[in-house]
Design a protein around this ligand. Structure first.
Ligand code: DX5
Ligand code: ZN
Length: 220
């Protein structure tokens, strides 16, 4: 099966005072913009209130891929679907009733993603393969941008690819994706790549997105 590559830049390390312009800088070359929502409880960092996130979503020129690093995804996941996110990813470790939350997100018109922290076993969540539109394999501990890619996660990416089989599920990786690591992640089976600091610390973020895409496509 041929895989389509998607690049979903994270604005976590972009200029928060002018996110509209930051998103426009990468809009021509990116598939979606990745919005990291953190509550300072599930992860030791805080990004946006729900009101601020809603404004970003409604102003964004790109479809939004929301990554919810918050407690109580059962309640908050559907709220992000309601405000029009194209994709809403809940954490397996922060959701009590995963099936019904995924179902509600889908019924509200968003793609439903399930995220797995580095210490969580993907095999414990393989049974959700018929209920998700995307698996997100964290390749750093969630919370901060600019960390190094965790190489031991390559095996988990391959395992997730084999769990997915022929289903049209996206396999996203998040954390430490750069020109140095994207090929290994693609080789292991990822097709959807979050890149935060690699893109927004580059002199020309759009060219960096294009360069990352080319490298990922080169290993297919
Ligand atoms: C980390 C976030 C990531 C982060 C990635 O918890 O989920 O999306 O922005 O940043 P980089 O690409 O710098 O690792
Ligand atoms: Zn993220």
């Amino acid at each position: 099966m041929t895989r389509e590559i998607r690049i979903t830049p994270s604005i976590l390390n972009a200029d928060f005072t002018d996110l509209g312009s930051e998103i426009r800088r990468i809009s021509e070359v990116s598939d979606l913009v990745h919005l990291d929502v953190m509550d300072n409880i599930f992860v030791p960092n805080f990004t946006f209130s729900f009101e601020a996130a809603s404004k970003i979503v409604s102003d964004s020129v790109l479809p939004v891929d929301a990554h919810l690093m918050v407690m109580n995804c059962d309640q908050i996941g559907p709220q992000f679907a309601e405000i029009g996110c194209s994709s809403v990813t809940i954490h397996s470790e922060a959701t009590t009733n995963i099936s019904s939350t995924l179902r509600t997100i889908r019924s509200l018109g968003s793609r439903a993603g399930l995220a797995i922290k580095p210490g969580t076993d993907i095999d414990d969540y393989a049974s959700f393969a018929d209920e998700v539109d995307m698996f997100l394999i964290m390749t750093v501990e969630p919370g901060f941008g600019g960390q190094s890619f965790m190489e031991p996660m390559l095996q988990k990416i391959s395992r997730t690819r084999s769990i997915i089989g022929n289903r049209p599920i996206w396999l996203q990786v998040d954390g430490g994706i750069s020109l140095k690591t994207i090929e290994q992640a693609a080789q292991a089976g990822a097709d959807t790549f979050v890149a935060g600091s690699a893109v927004f610390s580059a002199e020309d973020p759009a060219s960096m997105v294009t360069a990352l895409r080319k490298l990922a496509e080169s290993v297919l």
